[in-house]
Design a binder for this molecule. Sequence first.
Ligand SMILES: NC(=O)c1ccc[n+]([C@@H]2O[C@H](COP(=O)([O-])OP(=O)(O)OC[C@H]3O[C@@H](n4cnc5c(N)ncnc54)[C@H](O)[C@@H]3O)[C@@H](O)[C@H]2O)c1
Length: 257
Amino acid sequence: MPETPIATTGRVAVVTGAGRGIGAAVAARLAADGHAVAVIDLREQDTEQTVDAIRAAGGEALGVGADVSDAAAVEQAVSRIAAELGAPTILVNNAGILRDNLLFKMSETDWDAVMGVHLRGAFLMSREVQAHQVKEEWGRIINLSSTSALGNRGQANYAAAKAGIQGFTKTLAIELGRYNVTVNAIAPGFIQTDMTRATAERVGVPFEDFVAHAAKEIPVRRAGNPEDIAAAASFFAREEASFVSGQVLYVAGGPKA
Ligand SMILES: NC(=O)c1ccc[n+]([C@@H]2O[C@H](COP(=O)([O-])OP(=O)(O)OC[C@H]3O[C@@H](n4cnc5c(N)ncnc54)[C@H](O)[C@@H]3O)[C@@H](O)[C@H]2O)c1
């Protein structure tokens, strides 16, 4: 019988877009699991709330301001994290934006912005962090996809990016597996955050009604919370998840794939 794996402690995790929403919950959960967590968001001050909450709970956190779509900023951020916390070996590519519109009204700027944050951002962050993972011969990359990857009206840019994340995940799993690095994706359904709040505003529906309407369509009859996604990220980051790689886990209160 193989021995039970040792509890997860002592790794350095990086979570992008962790100033609020799903990223903040993932950062808090990984800190509670015993990891030191680098909290990345656009500006360092955007990370303060998450960092303070982790520290107040007895965890270790570092706030770093960086635009994940900017190669120089990513390089600087990861080297600062390595210097201040140690070699980062857990990466959660969570930073994201929406620029929804029907195809005929979608601007090139909105297309490029979404590709830039989701795809280029995940690429740049993963390329930077894998150098540490390969050296340490251990790593976890967890990418945020979405049920929108299966198609969603008004989201040609976002759906393409989130489907792209799935191909990116499977390819990195193949390339990095030999270094003991697993790469998986989480595809959330409807999660209550500022992102879905902004969508409700855009379509002119009070958020509570928007959530209630979404919940009716979800088999478990509720909308998701950031903590639902954090639980899945916690699983993928574990030592004992080392044989799970290249997978897309739909966390959507029902089957979506
Ligand atoms: N909320 C949902 O229902 C839902 C569903 C499926 C997938 N997702 C995905 O989960 C992730 C988190 O979503 P959320 O709902 O918490 O969103 P959110 O808008 O509440 O938070 C996103 C965070 O990312 C940060 N960010 C944006 N661009 C950035 C950049 N270039 N560099 C660094 N940080 C940047 C923002 O400042 C913000 O703090 C996103 O990838 C999103 O696409 C969300």
